[in-house]
Design a protein around this ligand. Structure first.
Ligand SMILES: C[S@@+](CC[C@H](N)C(=O)[O-])C[C@H]1O[C@@H](n2cnc3c(N)ncnc32)[C@H](O)[C@@H]1O
Length: 342
């Protein structure tokens, strides 16, 4: 029972340790939900990444408890959404329609004045620092314009999630499918896009979506995989589902976000991805703090399969600028590297 290792493919001793660490960290979370932490915010304080708890029965939702509203607009969101805008914009270069799949969509947009967002004010590590800046690179200007569209009176009150950001770029011939498993978030998402014929909201497991929805008839497009990393076997499930999705659609762009909270766990994930047999993988990371302890989200990363031409160069210059704005007292940094070449 202890870590359910039977379902894992253990390849070497190093990986075993990392898997156990990964599972131990997340199983601590699960236990915490059920018994140890009685206050809603105790675990989030322990994690140092902001509240993730919502007290409710998790029986039917595989212990789903993460709410992105606590984290909306933080440094990891800004980094992820900037990368996302570069990817979607690359799809506009051709006339042919494209398809976008968001496997873990969240609510679609977030009220930064809600109790959830104000609990740890994580947006102050990200969007707040960019809001109102005038002398910004063109790529950042594009992204800030989108944030502006949900804040028409120029006060920063709302933050757009990945579905809202990508929706901004959809031409009438393009379409998107949004998967979300948490019932409340799925409802919010459905309300956000009610009546929008180019957007389909699915209250379903995004990993199953990778199998059921790929390849799309458009044959060009982007899959965004942005899990909450709250379940015991999340990285394993992600890799297995990704391999299946890639097998079905080897020409699609896949962008996968991962947290930088424990360097060892992140490196193990990257090592396993490298061994997956999938070619053409670009990796980029962005952090605002040095990795001093394993309980704090110091940064995040994205791996991009089939990245558009010259994305690596674009990211180098964008992240250099971003780090100057968001890095805390010279800490953290950024990386753009090919994990696997062609
Ligand atoms: C990090 S948030 C998504 C944020 C969003 N992509 C954005 O950038 O605005 C992860 C979301 O995945 C949802 N989720 C967790 N497991 C899921 C699964 N297996 N399938 C679909 N959604 C899932 C959570 O409820 C949460 O809303």
């Amino acid at each position: 029972m202890i870590f359910g290792l039977g379902v894992w493919q253990i390849v070497d001793a190093k990986e075993t340790i990392a898997l156990a660490h990964d599972i131990l960290t997340t199983s601590c979370l699960s236990q915490a939900f059920s018994a140890t932490f009685n206050k809603t915010n105790a675990l989030s304080e322990w994690l140092g990444v902001g509240g993730v708890l919502e007290r409710q029965s998790h029986k039917d939702n595989h212990m789903l408890s993460y709410r992105h509203g606590f984290h909306a607009g933080n440094h990891a969101d800004v980094f992820k959404h900037l990368v996302l805008t570069l990817l979607v914009r690359s799809l506009l270069n051709k006339e042919k329609p494209f398809f976008y799949l968001d496997t873990h969509s969240g609510a679609g947009s977030y009220n930064l004045e809600s109790a959830m967002a104000r609990k740890n004010r994580e947006y102050e590590t990200g969007i707040t620092r960019l809001w109102g800046l005038e002398d910004v690179p063109d790529d950042v200007k594009e992204y800030l314009n989108i944030v502006q569209t949900v804040n028409p009176d120029h006060e920063l009150r709302w933050y757009p999630g990945s579905p809202r950001i990508v929706r901004h770029y959809l031409r009438p011939k393009d379409r998107m499918i949004l998967c979300e498993l948490h019932p409340n978030e799925a409802d919010n998402l459905a309300a956000e896009f009610a009546g929008d014929r180019q957007v389909k909201v699915e209250h379903q497991d995004g990993y199953a979506g990778l199998k059921a929805l790929l390849p799309p008839p458009e044959r060009r497009g982007l899959v965004h995989i942005d899990p909450a990393f709250e379940l015991q076997d999340e990285r394993h499930r992600l890799l297995e589902a990704l391999k299946e999705g890639y097998r079905r659609w080897p020409t699609g762009i896949f962008a996968i976000w991962y947290p930088l909270q424990d360097r060892y766990v992140a490196d193990d994930f990257l090592r396993r991805l490298k061994r997956s047999g999938i070619p053409k993988i670009l990796m980029t990371e962005f952090s605002i703090l040095n990795s001093m302890d394993t309980l704090r989200l110091f940064g995040s990363g994205m791996v991009i399969i089939n990245p558009p031409w010259q994305l690596d160069e674009q990211l180098q210059s964008l992240l250099s600028w971003l780090w100057q704005k968001l890095g805390v007292e010279g800490q953290g940094g950024y990386k753009v590297e090919w994990l696997v070449g062609e």
